[in-house]
Each structure stands twice: as C-alpha cells, then as structure tokens.
Design a protein around this ligand. Structure first.
Ligand SMILES: Cc1ncc(COP(=O)(O)O)c(C=O)c1O
Length: 399
C-alpha cells in the first residue's frame, strides 16, 4: 500500500480547518448568567461565588470549598495553611508546571524535586519516602493529566512521618479514587479552572479540604486576611466593619467568573465522560502502532482525561519529537507538551542545581511526549482525524 504524503512534504493535509489543542465549552447558559451578573450590579465576590463554592464542595464531597483566582493561588495559600515557612523543604514532581515550585520559592522554602513512575507519570509512595528529610514540611503531588495518584499509599507515607499532603489537582476535577473524589482525601487540594481545564471560569481555582477550618482560613487569606468580605460589608444587611487577622493576599474569585463556573459545574460529568470517549477513540486507533505508546489507564482509576500524551519511539522514526509536532500542525492538528521538566528552566537549574539526568523518567518522557487534543467539544470525526494524522505520519516516517 502506498503511504500518503505528509502535508509538510507537499501532500494533502488530513484537515483543512485547524483543530486547536484546546478550546473551552462555554454555552448560552454561561453567557446569559454573565450578562445577568453584569446587570445585577454585583461583580465582585458575592452570591454566585458562594453558590459556586457550594457546588464544588458538594461535588468533591467535603463541607467547604474556597473559590480563588487560580490553582496557583490555592497552592500558595494551601502551603501557608499547611505551615510551610522559610527554610522548609517541599517535595514536588519534576514533571510539573512551575506553579507549585514557584509558590514554595515565594515562601522561602526549597522545592525538592522527585521523579515519577514511568507508567502513571505520578509520584509514588516509594519515591516520596526516599525524598523525605527532617526538613520536609509538605508533599505536593500532581495528578498528572487527570490520573489520580495512589492516595492511600501516599497518605500512609506522609501520615507516618507527620507530613501533610497538598494535592495539585489542576488537571483533576472529576477524577476519583474508586468512589472518593480527588479533593476529599488529601489535607488540601487545589483545582484549576483555567481555560483549557476540566471546567473553566476563564481564570480561576478552588481549594478543598476535609478540614473546613483550613478552608475557612484560606478564604480569609484570599481576601487580605479580612474578617468580613465585600458581600458582608456592602449588601443590605452588611456592616462596614472588618478586622485583619493576618496579612493576606488578593486571591479571591469574583461573581463574573463564578457565573460561568456555576453552569460549567452542572456539566462536569458530561465533560469528563466526553473526554473519556475521545480517549477510547485514540486508544482503539493508536494502541497497535509500534512507534508510539499510548497512556495506560488502570480500569479502577477515575481518570479525568485532561491530557492524552503519546510517547514517540524516536529510534523507530526518521523524525524527532519537535518535527513530529510540526508535521501534525501541517496536517491541521494542534498539540502541546506537558511539561518542560522544572529543572530544565534556567531559573530552577541555577537555583536548585539539579543537572540534566537527575530525573530520567521525567526527562525521557518530556523528550518523547506529544499531548494530543482532547476536549468535550471535539466530535468523533475530530478525534478520528487526530488518529488519521498520527497514523499517516507514523507510516511515512517509519524507519
Ligand atoms: C500541574 C499544574 N499545576 C498548577 C497549574 C496552575 O493553574 P492556574 O493557571 O489555575 O494557576 C497548572 C496550569 O496549567 C498545572 O498544569
């Protein structure tokens, strides 16, 4: 059989219309609610933010959730609430976005990076146990791509040493550990509602915890440390008076964001299920390709399918990872890479002194990984186009 010529070599692209790597699914309900919010005259934190917090808490299965300006804000405030101070060590995966490490640095703590498991791409209890020292104050595991961490194993290692766990669930609203939602077990968990995430508020985040007092403190810290938010001060039954209990931050969500969020939350399971269906289309179409591997998914893991990274076996191909991404773009398919290892960034390599080769799984993964588009508004035809473009390139560039 003749192999089709890739678009980059002058052939016909699989798609005329570019399929972006990610697009949010925002409907008429969100638009109408934002307009109503603007007409209401109440734009800052108020009744919609409160409703959104209740929806998150109810969904995750905890008493309280704090709505924030971002997941990064939740990581920062979660670290403070869990006691991170100057001179402490905070353990985080090297396969990570810089948000968590940056927050540790802001607090004068040292991010201690660790490698991940080659199959799940998550940290494991064994990896964490080996990295704990007398100075370890906090563990911040990432639920990579929406795949839940081994929570029981990790909590056991952490609890046996008296160290709290702050989950970085930027990718993982909707993930669960066989019946227990991510966000309900770790000491605190931070979610992202950035525009590419499981649900979006444009920018936004939320911190949840089984401990309502911790969430209360994070809520106060998110508004300057004020005893009373704007709703309690400016609404009809409010009072102008407030006190400052500690020097807080300005990390609150507002009602315009929450107006989007309350409708997104109604669709969270539908969104997650659609992502899973796309993952299954990719599995079926790509699993038998020898020059790549597809993500493994344990049947018992409630994966949120925020990411679907394939790994190229570049020794079986005539192109490298970066060229493969360029070829996919020319076929009309947007992709991305998650993540540039933290210690590859100039600031972190200088600051922490990790050399290349320190985290072999993270580094090998990064050099071979391509995140395929996976989001609820993709049709089956879109997903099949992704499969077609990948298989077409693999056939052409096979060694
Ligand atoms: C693993 C991880 N943590 C944290 C964040 C930060 O999220 P936000 O943009 O909501 O602060 C991201 C963002 O992509 C992420 O991928």
């Amino acid at each position: 059989m003749k192999t089709a010529l890739p678009a980059v070599e002058g052939g016909e692209p699989v798609r005329e219309e570019f399929l972006p790597f990610a697009t949010p699914s925002v409907g008429e309900d969100e638009i109408a609610e934002v307009v109503e919010t603007l007409r209401s005259g109440w734009l800052t934190v108020g009744p919609r933010t409160k409703r959104f917090e209740e929806m998150i808490a109810g969904y995750v299965g905890v008493a309280r959730a704090a709505a924030l300006s971002s997941c990064t804000a939740g990581l920062h405030l979660g670290m403070i609430a869990l006691g991170v101070e100057e001179g402490d060590e905070v353990i985080l995966p090297a396969l990570n976005f810089v948000a968590g490490p940056n927050c540790a640095i802001h607090l004068g703590a040292t991010p201690v990076l660790v490698d991940v498991d080659p199959e799940t791409l998550n940290v494991t209890p064994e990896i964490l146990a080996a990295a704990i020292t007398e100075r370890t104050k906090l563990i911040v595991p990432v639920h990579y791509g929406g795949r839940p961490i081994d929570i029981d194993g990790i909590m056991e290692v952490a609890r046996s040493r008296g160290i709290p766990v702050l989950g970085d669930a930027a990718h993982a609203l909707g993930s669960d550990y066989g019946g227990r939602k991510v966000g309900s077990v770790a000491d605190a968990t931070s979610f992202s509602f950035y525009v590419t995430k499981g649900i979006t508020t444009g920018e936004g985040g939320s911190l949840t915890s089984p401990n309502p007092d911790l969430v209360e403190r994070v809520g106060v810290l998110s508004l300057h440390g004020m005893s009373s938010g704007a709703w309690n001060r400016y609404s009809a039954r409010g009072s102008w008076f407030y006190e400052i209990h500690e020097a807080g931050y300005k990390y609150n969500m507002n009602d315009i964001q929450a107006a989007i969020g309350v409708h997104q939350m109604k669709k969270i399971d539908e969104f997650r299920d659609r992502r899973e269906k796309i993952a299954r289309i990719f599995d079926r179409g790509l699993r038998s390709e020898e020059a790549i591997s597809v993500p493994s998914s344990s049947e018992s893991s409630g994966h949120a399918w925020h990411l679907y990274p394939i790994r190229l076996r570049t020794q079986a191909l005539k192109v490298d990872r970066d060229s493969f991404i360029g070829c996919l773009r020319d076929e009309g398919i947007g992709t991305s890479v998650h993540f540039i290892p933290v210690h590859y960034h100039d600031y972190y390599s200088k600051r922490l002194g990790y050399k290349r080769g320190s985290f072999p799984v993270t580094e090998t993964f990064f050099e071979h990984a391509v995140s395929l588009p996976i989001y609820p508004s993709m049709s089956d035809a879109d997903a099949n186009d992704v499969v077609e473009a990948v298989t077409k390139l693999l056939a052409y560039y096979r060694r």
